[in-house]
Design a protein around this ligand. Structure first.
Ligand SMILES: *Cc1c(COP(=O)(O)O)cnc(C)c1O
Length: 408
């Protein structure tokens, strides 16, 4: 839809949002009308260099032509049906994802939080099936983010945060330990624990990569105690961190992992992947979804995955990420430039507020995101070039300087 066709001005459109929508989002002050590759355009044709990527979603670029064509084709054939007949793209995507991961089974959902929801349900069902009714606790990390439905929200290690506070009692059966602290995880395991769940790189929590020793240690801890290791790869999956899945880059294989964001190239799809003996705990009637794995979404994902693999986007993410993190070290007022692949965080030293930097960068045509007051996170499409990274660094430098000088 184009704004011109509606007869509204940009301010009138923003007014409709303010009047009629429940606003839990701190809006960026622009109208996104059209997107292509690394750029988003407003109705006046102003281009924004996209280092947000629809929140780590548009890995093969905004409106990737192959994904667009796949969706157009599929919606003309069958857009949605129920999950009882066999559908074509759903079957092909299942084989493709399982082959790429070297895993046995997939379950489709519509989002990241839902993918985690079924991972949590499967772990609990598996624990109770095999070890008795007490065996359903899940140990996750402090400052993690797993989503906003009640199960995934309880797994999110942010007690007292805006996400959890004021919603009453969280779902029981979760405990938290400090990320990258193996001893703390070991200490928090009880007789009731069935699984450990972490993000290989904490994204929303401030861009903190797991150390190699930590993930290897968790794997051993799980093996020694008969626990399932669950990786939330909703943000790190599909090339983001420089390997197809982050666990492949670390060489630490989980028992269950989840994906969403980058899987569909812009359509809502999530999934959980696991091995046969674990998958066996989900039998007909134990879980389901109306939309999960719809022909439209799985057709889009098939095209997106093809693009990611055939264009070697994980390799580009590794190369460009390394360059970006290195360049970030010379930003003014930088305390730490860190990340893995193209999941990049710039932490400032306290002289500038990251939210102000984000808005200053937006004014200069660059989309980023702030985490708290001190971190700028960049999660561009994985097609980004060195020239575009140089441009982003230039805009960020200018933005930080302007904020530090009190000019924003
Ligand atoms: C975004 C995210 C989620 C939640 O995904 P939604 O699609 O927003 O429900 C869960 N886990 C991680 C690591 C994420 O980055």
């Amino acid at each position: 839809m184009k704004l011109a066709d509606t007869g509204l001005t940009q301010d009138e459109l923003k007014g409709l949002v303010k009047k009629y929508m429940i606003e839990t989002y701190e809006r960026y002050d622009f109208v996104a009308e059209r997107a292509e590759g690394m750029y988003i355009y407003d109705p006046d044709g102003n281009a924004y260099l996209d280092f947000y990527g629809g929140i780590a979603v548009n890995n093969a670029g905004n409106c990737n032509p192959k994904v667009v064509a796949a969706v157009r084709d599929q919606v003309g054939d069958i857009m949605h049906t129920f999950n009882y007949p066999y559908t074509i793209p759903q079957a092909l995507l299942a084989k493709k994802v399982c082959d790429l991961a070297g895993f046995d089974k997939i379950f489709y959902q519509n989002s990241g939080t839902e993918a985690n929801e079924v991972a949590i349900k499967l772990a609990r069902k598996y624990g109770i099936d095999h070890f008795g009714p007490h065996k359903y606790e899940i140990l996750s990390a402090l400052h993690s983010f797993h989503g906003r439905t009640f199960g995934a929200l309880a797994a999110t290690g942010q007690p007292g945060s805006l996400a959890q506070d004021g919603f009453g009692q969280m779902t029981p059966g979760f405990a938290y330990a400090e990320f990258n602290n193996l001893d703390d995880f070991k200490a928090k395991i009880t007789d009731n624990t069935i699984a450990i769940m972490v993000e290989p790189v904490q994204g929303e929590g401030g861009v903190h990569p797991a150390t190699q020793e930590f993930l290897e240690g968790l794997r051993k801890l799980c093996d020694d105690n008969g626990l399932l290791l669950i990786f939330d790869e909703v943000q790190t999956g599909w090339g983001r961190t420089g390997s197809l899945f982050a666990w492949q880059g670390y060489g630490v294989e989980p028992d269950i992992f989840t994906m969403a964001k980058g899987l569909g190239g812009g359509v809502p799809i999530g999934a959980m992947v696991t091995k046969d003996p674990i998958a066996a705990s989900l039998t007909p009637g134990t879980h389901g979804t109306t939309f999960g794995g719809s022909p439209m979404c799985t057709a889009a994902a098939l095209a997106e995955v093809d693009e990611i693999v055939s264009r070697k986007l994980p390799e580009n993410a590794a190369k460009m990420g390394e360059y970006f993190i290195e360049q970030g070290k010379s930003l003014p007022h930088i305390k730490e430039s860190r990340g893995r692949g193209l999941l990049v965080g710039f932490e400032f030293d306290g002289t500038v507020n990251a939210v102000d930097v984000k808005h200053a960068a937006l004014k200069r045509g660059l989309l980023t995101t702030a985490i708290g007051d001190s971190i700028i996170r960049c999660i561009p499409p994985l097609i980004v070039t060195k020239k575009q990274i140089d441009e982003a660094i230039e805009i960020l430098t200018d933005s930080v300087n302007a904020v530090a000088a009190g000019k924003e």
